[in-house]
Design a protein around this ligand. Structure first.
Ligand code: ATP
Length: 514
């Protein structure tokens, strides 16, 4: 499918053309880094959210969900540290007047080196053919080893400078690496400055009495401030978790890469409250559990990796990202953070309310520690969508575009197609459609030749098409076509529902995580 850049362009245009994602307010030329989910996209997005919810809440006896408000008391963000420390380091290019995230400029530079490594591997794989041992090549080829070392040195210096808030050194690093502005091509950079990412808004009608609020930049704080309410009313015993999904807002400096980095996005977070001292054990456990969740989707284990943080956020004592191989390279999809007792202690101090837990087994009061898992729903959508989009050349040399979304997440589970409109086939097919609708999200299509209809369903990722033909009238059988193999089998009408149910239920994926 051409280069990664081509692939990414195709992902974006496919998402629009087939009704998955539109630019927000497009008729007004759009709002930068804000997107709307369209008729097919919203179904896929809901399914991903539901799969996350089922595996995190329903499948765990000691995790419950909440849905807290987007607007919160302004002290929340003072306590959480967001007012003072939720910043990104930004740098401007004086010639193009474009603004960049200084850390992203350096990371992109490293990504280019990684692309060089990939090219070396590809070249060598071609040269050595079947004998090629990739692992061995990576650790022994001097050029690859050199590139890898370079990346490690750069990222470690970046991490240390950011941690120390040494913004001058971040600028020096950019200059030393000869990083130029992609627009002007110049190295005429300003100093690096910190920029707060929260969106402000006002509560109240008159300007004198209005209170300044923020749109929440993460859903986690809604969980922390409800910790005691949930623990008491749910009679929860530590360890236990609180999960929620919902919108978050960040005034991202460099909002780009489609729905990867948006200004309004959705998070799926879970805060797990534990005994102090057990954080490392739970941190490891949740890293494992979340990786299992990802691999349960069947998108290839090689497309995921952990990236343990050098630079820790103000609240964390350990943090790791699960990175996914997006069309533009490995990037953060989910964060797993050991948040210590930072948040609860801060809220206790700022609210003056005790936020402690009495542990009957230990006969002692303490502020619980927290391990959190935090994933962006939109990024997960992009991961699935980009990984599923393929262009296949068929035996007769035609091509087809197919979205190989895991069937249990797809927008429609099945399409009902009468072979032709006449001879009562439409009516028969519509009746089947009505029946199946009670169980699944089903679509019906009778326009154009059946081959074209199959292609339309392939392009939106419908895993099964059932075709009602003349034989259906005679013996109550129909053909069922599989999206990925394109094979067609005849099955009895009465078996259709169970056949599809088995293939599209969450159960088999969920059971992989037991
Ligand atoms: P990044 O380093 O990419 O800015 P982050 O480390 O700030 O992300 P977290 O604060 O850990 O992100 O948020 C948890 C998750 O929320 C991320 O792993 C990501 O999936 C998602 N997320 C964060 N910011 C955005 C955004 N602007 N648009 C879409 N998803 C986002």
């Amino acid at each position: 499918m051409g280069t990664n850049e081509d692939k990414f362009k195709r992902v974006i245009s496919h998402a629009k053309e087939y009704g998955f994602i539109f630019q927000s307010s497009e008729i007004y030329d759009g709002l930068s880094a804000v997107y709307d989910y369209a008729q097919n996209g919203v179904e896929l997005k809901n399914n991903i959210r539901e799969y996350w919810w089922k595996s995190m809440v329903q499948m765990h006896d000691n995790i419950v969900g909440i849905d807290s408000a987007i607007l919160m008391h302004p002290k929340t963000w003072k306590a959480s540290g967001h007012v003072d420390a939720f910043n990104d380091p930004l740098i401007d290019n004086k010639d193009s007047k474009k603004r960049y995230r200084a850390d992203v400029l350096v990371e992109d530079y490293c990504l280019k080196i990684e692309n060089k490594i990939d090219k070396e591997i590809l070249k060598a794989a071609k040269r050595f053919g079947e004998k090629f041992d990739k692992e061995q090549f990576i650790i022994t080829n001097p050029r690859v080893v050199g590139y890898k070392e370079k990346i490690t040195i750069i990222l470690s210096r970046l991490g240390k400078s950011l941690e120390k808030e040494d913004l001058e050194d971040v600028k020096n690093l950019i200059l030393e690496l000869n990083i130029v502005c992609p627009i002007s091509g110049s190295k005429n950079w300003t100093d690096v400055k910190q920029f707060n990412l929260m969106f402000g808004t006002k509560l109240g009608a008159s300007s004198e009495t209005a209170t300044d609020l923020y749109l929440r930049p993460e859903t986690a704080q809604g969980i922390f401030v409800n910790f005691l309410n949930v623990q008491k009313t749910g009679r929860m015993k530590i360890p236990f978790g609180i999960a929620q999904t919902g919108k978050a807002f960040r005034n991202e400096i460099v909002a780009r890469q489609f729905i990867f980095r948006m200004r309004e996005f959705e998070q799926m977070e879970m805060q797990y409250f534990i005994r102090p001292g057990t954080q490392n054990e739970w941190y490891q456990k949740w890293k494992e559990t979340r990786m299992k969740w990802h691999t349960s989707l069947g998108m290839g284990e090689e497309n995921y990796r952990f990236h343990d943080h050098e630079k820790l956020a103000h609240y964390a004592d350990a943090a790791s990202d699960i990175e996914f191989k997006f069309p533009f390279g490995f990037k953060e999809l989910e964060g797993i953070h050991s948040r210590t007792d930072f948040d609860l202690k801060q809220h206790q101090e700022f609210s003056g309310k005790k936020l402690q837990y009495f542990d009957h087994e230990l006969n002692e009061n303490y502020t619980p520690y927290v391990v959190e898992t935090s994933i962006g729903l939109d990024r997960m959508f992009l991961a699935i969508f980009s990984n599923s989009l393929c262009e296949e050349t068929l035996e007769n040399n035609t091509t087809r575009t197919v979205l190989k979304i895991p069937p249990f997440l797809s927008t429609y589970k099945v399409a009902v197609l009468p072979l032709v409109k006449k001879d009562g086939l439409s009516e028969l097919a519509k009746n089947i459609y009505k029946e199946l609708k009670l169980e699944f999200n089903v679509t019906y299509d009778e326009k154009d030749a059946v081959g074209r209809r199959y292609r339309r369903q392939d392009a939106i990722g419908t895993p099964y098409c059932i075709t009602v033909d003349h034989q259906t009238k005679e013996d109550n059988t129909l053909t069922i076509r599989d999206r990925d193999s394109m094979t067609q089998n005849r099955i009895a009408l009465k078996e259709v529902e169970n056949y599809i149910k088995e293939k599209v239920s969450f159960n088999s994926a969920l059971s992989k995580m037991l």
